[in-house]
Write a protein that binds this ligand. Structure first.
Ligand SMILES: Nc1ncnc2c1ncn2[C@@H]1O[C@H](COP(=O)(O)OP(=O)(O)OP(=O)(O)O)[C@@H](O)[C@H]1O
Length: 316
């Protein structure tokens, strides 16, 4: 059967689509490729990010873990538009972070991302009540919303975070956990595409931290907001579907958790660790595996039908 000849109109549509400018990574919430951030102080250069690759799907909930100084906060600050990368590409919600003017960056911070700091006091204005804190980002946004609609959203957010009855309290009249819930509501005020949190449970006790983490899950599930949390807390890392480890300024491995329910309704959670593969074929193998087999400098790589074997160098 011969393929029907496309009509002139179809060809024209295809040509226009091919010629249209494409927004890199528009289908992803976050896309970073070979991201580099170099800090220079007193003539000394620190490479905080050394060619980091990361993609996050829309609607995902991801924990970023890693040793102190591995580059987690640097990455989060870049994604939040608080800091500019030195090289590489970074797009959030289809917006190119390296091509932004100062004005674009301001709008980006106000409308595209929400940010939650570890220090509870840093997230809120002390002289405003919880509801005034949540309403403020909406008032600052260009093209003011109608006051009535704004009030409705403030109430909705405070209720979603289980703090509806605390709307009239100032931060000093709230516990650390309650303050972080208000901070999440503030960060969500302008319906951001991505919510970023840097050690949001770092100042809280274990039970309160569990509650805050639940709040992130609720937001992720019910408002479909993409959430990225930097954490040291092993409990948080163990609860999310995806945990990405950062080592020496690069994503080194990730753990994916899957929940399966069998025919008897029994839930089982399986975990699998993956190492990252970049576009040039580089992988960073877990240090523990390399030490266990005494692998250094070079390894023997052989292709099998469905896997690649890596063995210690046998020529030494
Ligand atoms: N403004 C800066 N000026 C100079 N060096 C910096 C700056 N910010 C971060 N660094 C350095 O960059 C590296 C990565 O720091 P970063 O704060 O991103 O790590 P981290 O993984 O968030 O650590 P922690 O878990 O301790 O917060 C570190 O060596 C740090 O000293």
């Amino acid at each position: 059967m011969s393929t029907p000849t496309p009509s002139l109109e179809e060809l024209r549509r295809k040509a226009l689509a091919a010629a249209a400018p494409r927004t890199v990574g528009a289908e992803l919430a976050i896309s970073c490729e070979r991201l580099v951030r170099i800090f220079s102080t007193d003539g000394i250069e620190v490479q905080a990010l050394q060619g980091l690759d990361l993609t996050v799907d829309r609607g995902d909930l991801v924990a970023l873990v890693g040793a102190s100084g591995s580059g987690k906060s640097t990455l989060l600050n870049v994604l939040a538009g608080l800091d500019a990368p030195t090289a590489g590409t970074a797009t959030v919600d289809g917006q190119d972070l390296l091509a932004m003017t100062a004005k674009d960056r301001l709008r980006y911070r106000r409308e595209v991302v929400g940010f939650i700091w570890q220090q509870t006091a840093r997230n809120l204005l002390p002289f405003l009540t919880a509801e005034q804190n949540v309403a403020l980002p909406m008032q600052l946004r260009s093209g003011h919303r109608a006051a009535k609609r704004r009030r409705g959203r403030v109430t909705e957010l405070l209720e979603a975070l289980d703090i509806g009855e605390l709307a009239h309290r100032r931060p000093a009249q709230l516990s650390g956990g309650q303050q972080q819930r208000v901070a999440i509501a503030v960060a969500l005020a302008n319906e951001p595409a991505v919510l970023l949190a840097d050690e949001p449970t770092g100042e809280l006790d274990t039970d309160t931290a569990a509650g805050i983490f639940d709040a992130f899950r609720t937001v992720n599930r019910e408002l479909a907001t993409t959430v990225v949390i930097v954490t040291h807390d092993p409990m948080v890392a163990g609860e999310v579907r995806r945990t990405v480890a950062i080592r020496d300024g690069r994503t080194s491995s990730e753990v994916l958790r899957r929940t399966r329910i069998d025919e008897h309704g029994t839930e089982t959670v399986s975990e699998r660790e993956y190492v990252m593969l970049d576009r040039t074929g580089r992988v960073q193998l877990p240090a523990a595996f390399l030490t266990a087999l005494g692998m250094q400098h070079r390894v023997a790589a052989d292709l099998a039908t469905d896997h690649i074997q890596l063995r210690p160098d046998d020529t030494a």
